[in-house]
Ligand binder design. Structure first.
Ligand SMILES: [Zn+2]
Length: 409
């Protein structure tokens, strides 16, 4: 088969230090080895080449709204109220424009697959959802975007929301989410979300257990329903900051429960670190669940961005390398083995969470490849390696040149 492109001198994550050439045809990886070809060439220069980063949890629709919100207490409750008020004025074009800025940042940071949560309720109706559907179409050349419709402000307490969630599913939502902690009946909401998911045969991703009191966990109800409805492997939960407040032996027991049920976990370090422990004036707890420890027990886990430039998280560059580095720092990770595990938490593990069956640098998979300015994953996380360029289905989708010094002549 004639090649369209050869990516030369690529150190492939998981294949040791020897550089390979990657042959690409028809948007797919068709050859890996030492390739003799007169096809066009991109040179990775011996740097690390990996399949693009996988973002499992971001909110494009409510990103970049700091100019219309104000934060005084910095609590979760304030963030929800601030965004709920701002949301009433969102138009479809406004959501598209802010979402576009955030999505383009993620693309330049090397993300090629993404799950975005989109709020649906009687105030915003389907305006944000429609805007994100347009973004999904318009940026398909650079990123595969999955849309998770969810009720941020509750479901059973918010008449009209369920009908809109169903309308979003009928209009092509890829999956459905839940937010039991804002509902008057958390377990009732969980049951309704499972019912809708089964009706449309789609996966589920809950916002869950977003405080530091481990006394009562909705997580156990999620595991129970996942098992009884045979939905294992199709359910993820985000935040679960309560798990940062349980001792290691109990965390191991919960990890086994999650693994057995087939429930995956996304940890959102930037938001959890920003919002948790606001009641403490000193010795503030970090509030970030140890995803790498859960993963050691077999739980499918990811690290993700969540919010960008809004009252939930007034920061954000959409870099998953930065998120993994931040997490490693918070979790006091310093060994090469654990740093490599952090790299997995933004690549292979989230791909598994999203049930992506064509992910990775392997023959037959789409040529969704990024070149990181480092020689291996450990260095990449430790030194915050920048992606220099990326390919989406074999076509150059972004270029991000390395910084250069300009010494005097
Ligand atoms: Zn979220």
């Amino acid at each position: 088969m004639p090649l369209d492109l050869v990516l030369r001198n690529a150190r492939i994550h998981g294949r040791g230090a020897t550089p390979f050439d990657i042959g690409i045809a028809g948007g797919k990886i068709v050859e890996i080895g030492q390739i003799a070809s007169d096809a066009a060439v991109d040179d990775a220069g011996g740097r690390l080449v990996t399949a693009g980063f996988v973002e499992t949890h971001i909110h494009l629709d409510k990103s970049c709204i700091l100019d219309r919100c104000h934060s005084e207490t910095g609590t979760l409750q304030e963030a929800i109220a601030q965004v709920a008020a701002a949301k009433r004025a969102f138009s479809e074009d406004d959501v598209y424009e802010r979402g576009r800025r955030t999505l383009e940042k993620a693309i330049v940071q090397g993300t090629t697959r993404m799950r975005t949560h989109v709020e649906v309720d009687p105030r915003i109706e389907l305006r944000s959802f429609a805007a994100i559907q347009r973004l999904k179409r318009d940026y398909a050349w650079a990123i595969d975007l999955d849309i998770c419709a969810f009720p941020q402000e509750g479901l059973l307490n918010d008449p009209g929301t369920e009908e809109l969630l169903i309308a979003a599913c009928e209009a092509g939502a890829d999956l459905i989410g839940g937010c039991p902690y804002t509902d008057s009946d958390p377990h009732g909401q969980i049951a309704r979300i499972f019912e809708i998911a089964r009706r449309f045969d789609i996966d589920i991703d809950f916002h869950l257990d977003f405080d530091l009191d481990p006394a009562r966990m909705d997580l156990m109800e999620i595991c129970r329903q996942t098992e009884s409805l045979r939905y294992g492997g199709r359910v993820a939960v985000g935040h679960v900051t309560k798990l940062s407040a349980v001792p290691p032996a109990e965390l191991a027991n919960i990890a086994r429960r999650l693994t057995d049920a087939g429930v995956a976990v996304t940890v959102l370090p930037a938001t959890d670190l920003f919002l948790m422990g606001r009641g403490c004036e000193h010795n503030v707890p970090r509030g970030v669940t140890h995803a790498h420890k859960l993963a050691e027990h077999g739980v499918t886990c990811s690290l993700a961005t969540n919010n960008v430039l809004n009252p939930f998280t007034p920061f954000g560059d959409c870099s998953l390398v930065r998120m993994a580095n931040l997490y490693a720092n918070i979790a006091q990770i310093g060994t090469a083995q654990e740093l490599a595990a952090c790299f997995d938490l933004v690549t292979t593990q989230p791909a598994k969470l999203m049930n992506l069956r064509d992910y990775g640098v392997a023959i037959g998979n789409p040529a969704d490849l990024i070149v990181l300015d480092c020689s291996d994953a450990v260095q990449g996380i430790a030194e915050l390696a920048q992606p220099l360029f990326g390919l989406k289905r074999g076509r150059r989708s972004f270029t991000h040149p390395a910084a250069a010094l300009n010494p005097p002549a």
